[in-house]
Design a protein around this ligand. Structure first.
Ligand code: MG
Ligand code: ZN
Length: 349
């Protein structure tokens, strides 16, 4: 009898402990990654994608405050801070009020954080998680805001906005809490609590033109590092250049960038499966190119696509989710609801 009571108590305390621990969140944004980009990438990749292993699928309405067709700043702000705003604006709503991002709210709850992008780290999508600026083009201001922020780990291009500035500042010198690494080996080896990895001076090149290191590897290493800090974490990983392939109406560009992003998703998913308390969300800020698959063969993985615009389109984009609270991401909702759902996940309601 005593033994059974003890066992019961032990089980109960384990359950309470598991519920007590706030879940990690990995938000993965394929910029410009509509359903067609995913389909094309999947067919070209032997008819498989890591997205098939996700538990729930939803759809997000991406429009901005003033325009049916959003840009990455308005949509990034919607997902990061839960408010619709004007195109071009980061972290400020349509009534000119600045908002905390989910990364910042998580920080207040004791989370660590990481940002990874295959664009510059001051580009609209990653900037939506740490900056408040009226224009996404204010790259030096955005870099300054990152330098004064608490993001624990960041990887992306745009080194020049930190070290070669109009105000003459070298932000790397002012960011004394950080270790700056300049290659993947140094990144892997670093045991610093705060790490900055500025991968390129400007925007990183497309994968087809040799961009290194791979987002998949960066994701894997970053997950090891951020989880080793022993606190719950929020991580945003962006496949930035799927969008640029769409703007260029370049099918090979879209597919190659999707494939790399898909490998990064696979690594995040593997981490989440092993960890057991990590919510992974994969979505897009909007579709780019009005892309349609007009032909091809599954056998040879050849895709023929047509584009209807050099810009973004207003089609809803899919949202895939896995892990704790993943069920709430099924259905059709505004892009701002992605913020709401992440918030209720970390607040435990
Ligand atoms: Mg982007
Ligand atoms: Zn775009």
């Amino acid at each position: 009898m005593k033994k059974i009571t003890l066992l019961l108590l032990l089980t109960l305390s384990l359950i309470v402990q598991a519920q007590d621990k706030s879940p990690n969140i990995i938000l993965m944004i394929g910029d410009g990654m509509g359903l067609t980009q995913i389909s094309a990438g999947m067919y070209a990749n032997g008819n498989t994608t890591a997205l098939e292993e996700f538990s729930y699928v939803g759809l997000s309405k991406t429009y901005a405050t003033d325009q049916l067709i959003t840009d990455s700043a308005a949509s990034g702000t919607a997902m990061a801070a839960g408010v619709k705003t004007y195109n071009g604006v980061i972290g400020i709503d349509s009534k000119n009020v600045s908002h905390q991002s989910i990364l910042e709210i998580c920080h207040g709850l004791g989370y660590t954080s990481a940002l990874l992008a295959t664009s510059s780290i001051v580009h609209a999508t990653p900037a939506s998680f740490y900056a408040n600026v009226p224009s996404r083009r204010m790259y030096e201001d955005i870099a300054l805001q990152l330098s004064q922020h608490h993001v624990d780990l960041f990887v992306g291009g745009g080194r020049k906005f930190f070290v070669n500035r109009e105000d003459g500042k070298n932000l790397k010198n002012e960011m004394s809490a950080y270790e700056f690494v300049s290659d993947i080996e140094a990144f892997r080896k670093s045991s610093s609590k705060k790490i900055g990895f500025l991968t390129y001076d400007e925007e990183p090149p497309p994968l087809l033109k040799g961009r290194e290191p791979s987002l998949a590897e960066l994701t894997k290493i970053s997950l090891e590092k951020i989880s080793a800090l022993g606190k719950p974490f929020f991580m945003m990983v962006e496949g930035s250049q799927i969008d640029w392939g769409g703007h260029g109406n370049n099918t090979d560009y879209v597919i190659s960038e999707f494939k790399e992003f898909d490998s990064a998703i696979r690594n995040a998913l593997e981490f989440a499966k092993a960890n057991g308390n990590t919510l992974v969300i994969v979505t897009a800020d909007h579709e780019t190119g009005g892309m349609a698959i007009s032909g091809g063969t599954l056998k040879r993985g050849k895709i023929k696509a047509e584009f209807t615009t050099k810009n973004h389109s207003a089609a809803m984009v899919p949202v895939f989710s896995f892990g704790p609270s993943s069920k709430q991401f099924s259905g059709i909702y505004e892009n701002t609801a992605i913020f709401d759902k992440m918030l209720s996940t970390v607040k435990g309601n």
